[in-house]
Design a protein. Structure first.
Length: 308
């Protein structure tokens, strides 16, 4: 237990990560650090799955970090996340609390667990001009030539993302990466496991619930605030398809069907990433997602007590 200075709760979307992380943190006198690439944005709540109520355990709110720290429309990235994580992790430890990392963004998780050497990449206007007008297929080929092992498929979801990913790869090749100031991390990594059919069922149920709770109104409010459709489409999944519906490009049934499929595909990519993490040397202890909350927490506490 003493050698472990972090617990990481991971898993695909709709598996109950936040609730488990909060309950575990409550047991460990800890605080939760979110590793979600979209929950950093203010005003993007239902679409990113910010289950604020999950942070309450027995009526007491468990402190959480790296949620609602950036305005919608901005572009947060893995470099910013790693920098913010280091600051928050050190601050939590300095107060004698135990940090619990929670999320499904594989690149963000690995930036911490494998201590990626990350540097901030400035815009390259000349390169952007050269890439302007190329199709997404062409941009994807350029990126894969630079980076044959393309783990992060979201890099090629849109032209803008692909151009940025190419820009980053060019910069990394031209500038030797400097060591980051990542503290020594010894994390117990726990994945929440559901079979494929149950995972699909949970995704569909949650999508319907969030639409009932006003997810369309949330996206419309963001558009009314001055964000362009292109800015929201950049964030993918819910924000992409709900925006396309609101601007008249998809009817409701088309939007629901396409979004449901996209989320299922996203969950599959998340699982592929986690399996890749294991192949790259990250040990993940998978626990049965069907277990009651107290049993899941109990299993993790037992893992913490085992000698390393």
């Amino acid at each position: 237990m003493l050698k472990t200075n972090l617990v990481t709760i991971l898993g695909p979307t709709a598996t109950g990560k936040t609730g488990l992380a909060a309950h575990l943190a409550a047991q460990l006198n800890g605080e939760v650090i979110s590793a979600d690439s979209r929950q950093v944005y203010r005003g993007m709540d239902l679409g990113t799955g910010k289950d604020y109520e999950d942070y309450f355990v027995d009526g007491v709110e468990v402190p959480s970090h790296l949620v609602d720290i950036e305005d919608a429309g901005a572009h947060y990235n893995v470099y910013r996340f790693q920098t913010d994580f280091i600051k928050v992790f050190n601050e939590i430890q300095s107060r004698g609390k135990f940090p619990v990392l929670c999320g499904g963004s594989g690149l963000y998780l690995e930036a911490v667990l494998r201590n990626y050497r990350l540097i901030e990449v400035p815009p390259n206007k000349k390169l952007r001009k050269e890439l302007e007008g190329k199709s997404l297929e062409e941009l994807t080929k350029i990126l894969k030539d630079l980076k044959p092992e393309l783990h992060n498929e979201t890099d090629v979801e849109t032209d803008r993302r692909a151009i940025r990913a190419i820009e980053i790869e060019h910069y990394y090749r031209e500038h030797p990466q400097e060591d980051s100031e990542m503290p020594e991390i010894n994390s117990l990594n726990v994945g929440i496991d559901f079979d494929r059919q149950m995972r699909r069922q949970r995704i569909t149920t949650r999508l319907k619930q969030r639409l009932d709770e006003g997810m369309l109104d949330e996206v419309q409010k963001l558009l009314d605030s001055g964000l362009t459709p292109e800015q929201l489409i950049y964030y993918g999944l819910e924000y992409k398809f709900l925006t396309l519906h609101l601007i008249g490009e998809l009817n409701f049934d088309e939007m629901f069907s396409k979004l449901e499929i996209a989320i299922h595909q996203f969950a599959k990519r998340q699982m592929t990433w986690f399996r890749g993490m294991e192949k790259r040397g990250t040990k993940i202890h998978w626990i049965n997602g069907h277990l009651p909350m107290d049993e899941k927490v109990g299993e993790i506490l037992k893992l913490l007590e085992k000698p390393s």
